[in-house]
Design a protein around this ligand. Structure first.
Ligand SMILES: [Zn+2]
Length: 203
């Protein structure tokens, strides 16, 4: 016996989420049916989908474009931290240890799972850097094999463009395999304070 159509539609919507199989999608859908605040959830989903966009400069998720971080004159425009996901920006902001700006790559290089270089915002990053305002690019991709490969792609793109800037990466205070978003403030602070040079302007 099939479920009613509206319920099937809800289950199918949950199934599109990463890591959610049919059984979990069903469980979530039934949870929504029982939830007296389900209307609020529906509104929140719609509101988030309709009223957030990508910042045209840093590609972070935002209500306003450019985002509040790019628009903040108190932030040092010479320092740019490159991260994989908006969640990473959130983690570094929570730690309150970074006074520069950000660039969100919107993923990590992982061809096996369909993320190629062209899916990342490396091209827009190089364009942004070519304006010459940024003096140091800090690579803060995750310390796993995808993050390493991604950092190498960014470095290669900077080299190809012949840009006069320093490139550093976070120190190894970041434990291997742990995503930036889960780190404590002190670890992020150390990783930033002891960042390692990869390239100097004259390299
Ligand atoms: Zn921005």
């Amino acid at each position: 016996m099939a479920y009613p159509k509206p319920l099937e539609r809800l289950i199918a919507a949950f199934e599109r989420f990463p890591g959610i199989g049919r059984r979990t999608a069903e469980r979530l859908a039934f949870h929504v049916l029982r939830d007296p605040e389900a209307g609020e959830l529906a509104e929140a989903v719609k509101d988030a989908a309709l009223h957030t966009r990508r910042c045209r400069l840093c590609h972070n998720v935002t209500e306003d474009d450019p985002c509040v971080l790019c628009a903040d004159p108190a932030r040092d425009p010479a320092l740019l931290l490159v991260v994989e996901e908006p969640r990473d920006v959130e983690a570094v902001e929570r730690a309150r240890v970074w006074r520069g700006r950000y660039h969100v790559l919107l993923g990590a290089f992982n061809p096996a799972e369909g993320t190629e270089e062209r899916h990342l915002t490396i091209g827009p990053l190089v364009q942004r850097l070519s304006r010459g305002e940024v003096k140091e690019l800090v690579l803060a991709t995750d310390p796993d094999s995808e993050g390493e490969a991604t950092a190498q792609l960014v470095l290669a793109a900077v080299d190809r463009a012949g840009l006069a800037l320093t490139v550093t990466r976070l120190a190894r205070g970041v434990p291997a395999g742990s995503a930036l978003e889960y780190l404590h403030k002190g670890v992020i602070q150390d990783a930033l304070d002891y960042r390692i040079p990869l390239r100097t302007p004259r390299a």
